[in-house]
Design a protein around this ligand. Sequence first.
Ligand code: PHE
Length: 516
Amino acid sequence: MAHSAANPAGDLISQILQALDKSEPLVSADAFPAAPFVEIKAALDRLKSRDMVRYDTIERQEALLEPEGEEIAANGSHEARVFEAVQKAMEGLSVKELEETIGDKNVVKIGQGKAFKEKWISKTKDGKFKAIAESIKDVTRGQLETIKTTRTHPNAKTLADLKKRKLIRMQKVISFRIHKGDKFALEIPDEATDLTADMIASGSWKTATFKPYNFKALGAAQMAGALHPLNKVRAELRSIFFEMGFEEMPTNKFVESGFWNFDALFVPQQHPARDLQDTFYIADPPLADKPRAESPDDKKDYEAYWNHTKAVHQDGEFGSIGYRYPWSGDESLRLVLRTHTTAVSASMLHKLAAVEGPDGRPPPARYFSIDRVFRNESVDATHLAEFHQVEGVIADYNLSMGELMEFMDIFFGKMGITGLMYKPAYNPYTEPSMEIFSYHAGLGKIVEIGNSGMFRPEVLETMGLPKDMRVFGFGLSLERPTMIKYGISNIRELLGHKVDLNFVQNSPAVQFGGKA
Ligand code: PHE
């Protein structure tokens, strides 16, 4: 088919219009047997949207020649070929001669049998084939020729027979029965997509054809902002905390003094976590201010707190024998990138100690935060030098471990994590301390999901909290559940300069509670 290179679709469209002008209805499979189905459909849809044609879909069975059928249509049936060869040789032909003439042993084998049966040929005494019929009619060839041009045959029995003989096969063909539409024309008129000032000025709008609106067209994808998967999981966790009565802590400070990050939490100054392996220290400025009130309504005595902290480390206080080492104020004032958000929990609990509840004592409190922390770790597929810590702290009178374990069940249950297991652990600021584990069905193994513990009296009483107020805390990383939820195995795909923006753009919202 001659397609204009510039616009093959337009070419097909005009062929359809021309053909339809000559005969209506038009059946696409007859009029354009070689045009691919999708191109015909696209062309018809374009015309239909302009009311230039109407069409309906028809399904029919077409007969196609198998290779052997093709050969018979071209050269005649086996028996006819045998007859013709024998007839031409006046003297008759031996089997060998016949095979040589026809050049195909198979044709001779099948053809002579059938030619005998039809009484077209016979055998002489000396074993040669002779023609006995005057002329013959090659019915099979005629049938196949009809099928080759019309793709069907008027006689259903003939079709069935030929199919059985494996000379043809049937094939389902979808085509279109096309009628002229209300706006039929031989060409698609030029269509205006917009009404312009020029058209109004010149008056051309009066005769212009406007392109109809396509209300089914999808809009172009918009490059809108998208929340990072970490933010999606964070939003989900925040709502869990809020619905459980937690208050969000102000964690907008990445740099803390060693005092809040370590000393207030009874981390001894020789503790390995404080050395340069794990902690990023800030060189400039060299030292922080001593802890002090940061708002006018904070009436706590920070000097007393500083002195008690020193005492509890160095000599022991509040019934503790302390660590018994010379505590250094300067070490405490070194600035660090916070290694955990527990530094903020410490300052919140210290403030809580000054709050007078209805009974004059500090009221029970629940605090949480989800924010960034920094650790000087070697970077690998699951570790970066920074991550987001999810932290929760519950202060209440005479809290027991049982209540806390129940709380953990409920909290993690809301994230779809059940069957918690605990393992004794060590934190300088909590006793007992417990790592939390759960079986992860998706990963097929037990995974660590967090760290927790009851804050030590050395931490709480130094802040001025009453002896019977217990504080339970726990921490987990935001990255871990996010990686599991989104099936990410390398943390660098989640955070940092290698993150694929399409991943951020296309990640679905997270849903807790379902199957991970
Ligand atoms: N700070 C701990 C950590 O970084 C988490 C934690 C918070 C543990 C509060 C106990 C109490 O893993």
